[in-house]
Design a protein around this ligand. Structure first.
Ligand code: NDP
Length: 284
């Protein structure tokens, strides 16, 4: 039997409509327009597309956006100076620096330069710590989007076996914290894990966040499992695909996200949600 498809495009559209309504209400009642500043350094084509999509999503939801683009050889001090100015600007509610940064940058130092109150990606150490303590200020957008997808599909979390493949600071680790906070029993796998299939086959909820095309196959998952595919890869013929072999897994899973049209649109949606939340907090 074929799995339920968790449609990220449809959910993103619903949530973005709600966010646009809230942004319009904030503007009408308090004269505040949520504003996101995005900094792009260098000419990486994928990064340029991500930034363009973020700016376009802001515009469509009635948010203001600021896009700052620097050449790959820019001095880090220039970018840090811009971050300081955006930190001090009361009309800017969210600041993000598109990763990866060129090698003359200390990426951690750049992320730490953003004031935690405007760190809508949730990557600042203070915000990582707050998430770890179960009291998040901003939830990192990709795992936040995954949690919304699980909620929309009514996936039971309490006591569920959750297995995450990938332990990055951006996806795997915060994903583990969020699922743990919902009382899942969490296993995190990585490149040194022995017998990956042993772990994935035990999962009621499997999150793949690796960056290896179609590495999770139908024989690696438990019948009825919820399979969330965070991976974005390009096949030899230039098509997008996830870390999950969709065709074989959809015959075994209970619910599954596609690529494209799954987690990707939800990531940008939650960036808007965090920016709106930051704007609303300025009233408190
Ligand atoms: P990273 O490269 O930072 O992390 C990849 C993780 O996968 C690492 O923890 C690595 O282990 C692990 N890994 C590598 N090979 C294996 C293997 N053979 N078996 C098990 N684990 C392995 O990637 P990100 O977390 O940033 O991104 C992961 C994927 O998600 C990428 O395809 C990326 O493009 C995509 N992505 C999608 C987003 C979206 O909105 N849909 C947002 C962010 C990312 P180790 O730590 O040991 O090296």
């Amino acid at each position: 039997m074929s799995a339920q498809i968790i449609d990220g495009n449809a959910l993103a559209q619903t949530v973005r409509t709600e966010l646009a309504e809230k942004a319009a209400a904030l503007k009408a009642s308090r004269g505040i327009t949520p504003c996101l500043a995005v900094i792009l350094v260098g000419e990486d084509p994928a990064s340029a597309v991500y930034v363009r999509n973020k700016v376009s999503a802001c515009e469509k939801a009635g948010f203001r956006s600021i896009k700052e683009v620097y050449p790959a050889d820019v001095e880090p001090a220039v970018v840090l100076g811009k971050i300081a100015a955006l930190n001090a600007d009361p009309d800017v509610h969210g600041i993000l620096v598109q990763l990866p940064l060129p090698k003359q940058f200390d990426a951690d130092a750049v992320l730490e330069a953003i004031v935690p109150e405007k760190d809508v990606d949730g990557f600042h150490a203070e915000n990582v710590g707050a998430l770890m303590q179960g009291n998040p200020r901003f939830i990192p957008c990709t795992p936040y989007g995954v949690m919304k997808m699980l909620e929309s599909a009514n996936v039971p979390l309490k006591g569920a076996e959750a297995v995450i493949v990938g332990r990055s600071n951006i996806v795997g680790k915060p994903m583990a914290m969020l699922l743990l906070a919902q009382s899942c029993t969490v296993t995190v796998c990585h490149s040194q894990s022995k017998d990956l299939a042993f772990h994935t086959k035990r999962a009621d909820i499997l999150v793949a966040a690796v960056g290896r095309a179609k590495m999770i196959t139908g024989d690696m998952i438990k019948p009825g499992a919820t399979v969330i595919d965070v991976g974005i890869n390009r096949t030899a013929d230039g098509k997008l695909c996830g870390d999950v072999d969709f065709d074989s897994c959809k015959e075994v899973a209970g619910a599954i996200t596609p690529v494209p049209g799954g987690v990707g649109p939800m990531t940008i949606t939650m960036l808007l949600a965090n920016t709106l939340e930051s704007a609303e907090r300025t009233l408190k």
